[in-house]
Design a protein. Structure first.
Length: 275
């Protein structure tokens, strides 16, 4: 009952914002006449309001909670970090060093072209100073290895393999970068060209194939974190919020490579089958 009184709601949100401990607040509320269940419920809704990131869903991974280890397509992988907002998971040992080397050789043989970005207005794929890397776009299941990796990344993210775009391999030399951007498509006509097939790009999986000697992290400016590239490791993130719209917290950047070369494989997953 008391929870509907604006003064209590304000007391809860202002104390939570000031860093008070919910358990201590509950004791105070009970002393003031609240019953325990109502106090808990009012505190939970206050927490959801003050710290929305705590209640945001974390990228779905078929993982036993708290173990940090997952078995995925016969490989033992290690989950080393999960963030709620943006929804990010870091995973080690997604690819073996032999698989990374095979992909590097494959990309080299296929030849690299300047990377493009989606023009927000026309929807065209165009080279852009914001994205200075070179890349190779692979067809789905182009080789047996690529087919196996698509199935592995789909299993890791609990997302249908049919919803995946072809893998892309990106190569950055010193000074090259991919400035802060969203992987989800913009609204309007520019985005509609792309979402007509498969819908929005909801998840991104980045697997590092080669790490530079300096720089080249993947940064998420909304939370001030940068992932350091480690060959065979992946960073997985969600590009949309619970309503399916672009999540502003999913803004990210491939930071400039300071020394050496960086190679990353990008796997984008759509909302629906990408047929
Ligand atoms: O290179 C990176 O770390 C980021 C790549 C990226 O954001 C992308 O390919 O969409
Ligand atoms: Fe991206």
């Amino acid at each position: 009952m008391q929870g509907s009184e604006p003064s209590w709601q304000e007391w809860i949100t202002s104390n939570l914002s000031a860093g008070c401990v919910p358990a201590d607040m509950q004791v105070r509320m009970i002393a003031a006449g609240w019953n325990e269940a109502d106090a808990r419920a009012a505190l939970a809704s206050g927490i959801a309001q003050v710290f929305p990131s705590l209640t945001a869903p974390v990228v779905a991974l078929p993982v036993v909670p708290d173990t940090g280890m997952i078995w995925c397509e016969g490989r033992e992988m290690k989950v080393t970090l999960r963030l709620a907002s943006p929804a990010v998971a870091l995973c080690e040992n997604v690819l073996s060093s032999v698989e990374c080397a095979e992909l590097l050789a494959f990309a080299h043989d296929r030849g690299l072209r300047p990377s493009t970005v989606v023009d927000e207005v026309s929807g065209e794929n165009l080279p852009h100073p914001e994205r200075t890397s070179s890349g190779v776009m692979l067809k789905r299941a182009e080789t047996a290895l690529i087919d196996r990796l698509e199935h592995r990344l789909a299993a890791l993210t609990n997302w249908p393999v049919a919803n995946g775009e072809g893998l892309q391999i990106l190569h950055y030399r010193e000074g090259q970068e991919y400035r802060a951007h969203f992987d989800s498509f913009p609204g309007g006509a520019g985005g509609a060209v792309h979402t007509a097939r498969g819908g929005q790009r909801v998840n991104t999986v980045l697997v590092y194939l080669q790490s530079p000697e300096g720089g080249g992290g993947t940064a998420f400016p909304s939370c001030g974190i940068a992932v350091c590239p480690q060959p065979g490791s992946a960073v997985i993130f969600r590009n949309v919020d619970v309503t399916g719209r672009r999540d502003p917290a999913s803004l990210h950047a491939g930071l400039p490579v300071v020394q050496g070369e960086k190679v990353v494989m990008t796997y984008w997953q759509r909302e629906g089958p990408y047929a």
